[in-house]
Design a protein around this ligand. Sequence first.
Ligand SMILES: [Zn+2]
Length: 506
Amino acid sequence: MHRRIIVPGVLASATLLLAIPASAASPSPGAPGIGDPYYPDYGNGGYDVSHYDLRLKYRPATDELEGTATLLVRATKDLSRFNLDFLLDVSEVRVDGAKASYASSGEHELEITPRKPVAKGTDFTVVVRYRGVPSEQEAYGFTSWHRTPDGGVAANEPEAAWWWFPSNDHPRDKATYDVSVQVPDGTQAISNGTLQSTSSRAGWTRYSWRSNKPQATYLATLAVGRFDLTTGTTESGIPVLNAYSKDLGDHAGAARASLERTGEVADWLTEYFGPYPYNALGGYVPNTDTGYALETQTRPFYSPRQFANGSNVSVVVHELAHQWYGNLVSVSGWKDIWINEGFARYAQWLWSEHEGEGTAQELADHVYASHPADDPFWTVKPGDPGPQNQFHGAVYDRGALALHVLRREIGDEAFFAVLKGWPRKYAHGNATVADFRRYAEEVSGKRLTALFETWLYEPAKPAAWTARTTPKAPDALVPPKSWKKIAATNGVHDTGHGHDHRHGRG
Ligand SMILES: [Zn+2]
């Protein structure tokens, strides 16, 4: 009130404002979403997480999870406030040691207001204490926490973290992880990466896992239950750790007959995609009844249902292919899902050919022929399917078909050079479908705009295609095999994988 009439004061303030450089603009709240048009409130703006340290305790009998998350963070703007994505009950938040105020908002937002604003470029630490019953938490009407008779599992795409740790939940913000979980003796806690230690005390056993390479939030996993663990190493020396629920019933044999080939499959994939990017490998099968598998980093999640008809190495191939296509190189936005699923499906086709169960060419022909022009299958655009169709079968099968057409267009030499070069070019980062097209053009020296438009973006069945080149057997290069005649749909309808009931692809 007074300042309004004290003219010299007003002038002095104006002068002062002009003198302040633009970068010292007053701090403002970080955005409640990272800017992905498919999921506007997923992830958050204004900061970047470099490491998550999760120190937790879980009671299988009651599904209670409690503990502390410590996040190492860098501000990317001047922050008065920022959000994490989280659903459980928070009892305390500290920012650089000082208690911060916090509030829940939206479907899954935790708004944190530090005592003092955080300046752009500052490294800071966020500690969140929390507890809750994950299976009782819903957002948008679903839960990604799967309760099992002996524990629970967090595995879903694109969202799973909200149910067990506070995060910046988008693949654009990758970080390293230490996940240490106390569970009752006789129960195991499974997560990503390397099992650093186990220790028992007073009836509780602590499992401490480390995932030491950048990892997207949806690729972080936790499973608690009664598991048998097996260990081994790949030919290239990567340690393999698999975990099987003790209660897989009739599926136990088929599950082991599949996952115990993890090392062999990973070694085989290096021929196409280059060196395996992580220092740990494996898989786990809890006793859930979910219908999908998921490429959780270094240690994919498999549902027992994947093994209902006997061994299913093809699904292992799919999830391990994602370690390069999806995990090492992640989508920039969720509309880029084809650079995950089209390639993981194509790896299954190459495996089918390797196993003598149908060539990639035969499988491509099958997909093309088995969907008539009026099939809604062709209305889904793999290059931009929309959030409701993110995991539609067309993203996988038409997506793999598009890759096969690309292979025929640019020839095997360029195609396989692209497959191997891409993970190295964008290692530990993010990329778009357009980035992939440009890279394929660079390697092949061909313009590919029209091909990508026709096969990934036209909402219609492309006209029959004329191949410019003839594919060789991918193993090429190995002594020719006489391929068995394709068994109708083999390899085509392996369950792709992961997503929740909302996006569900069954
Ligand atoms: Zn997949």
